[in-house]
Write a new protein. Structure first.
Length: 92
């Protein structure tokens, strides 16, 4: 997806967009405990059936279960490098 974004001119890397104003796009996905009143155990509605996740991300065989905590953890781990390469505060 990031290669496609590069080809069509979508900016996905941390950068300055104005004097003293930097943007650091982050990866994210929700966990099933995102809302107080929602939990995986209470839900009989499958979310995001159109998604398909590799076993290495989910750690299980259910590639269409978008509520697995491993997915959010995977995206969170991608942000460590993004934050490391983000411009330091006060830099232009």
């Amino acid at each position: 997806i990031l290669e496609l974004c590069d080809r069509i001119g979508v900016h996905t890397r941390p950068s300055f967009i104005g004097r003293g104003c930097a943007v650091c796009p982050l990866f994210s996905w929700y966990k099933d405990n995102l809302c107080d009143r929602f939990s995986r155990e209470k839900s009989n509605v499958p979310f995001d059936l159109q998604t398909q996740w590799p076993w290495g991300v989910t750690g299980s065989g259910d590639e269409h279960d978008a509520q697995q905590p491993g997915i959010a953890d995977f995206f969170l781990s991608l942000n460590a490098r993004r934050v490391e390469v983000a411009p330091p505060a006060g830099a232009d």
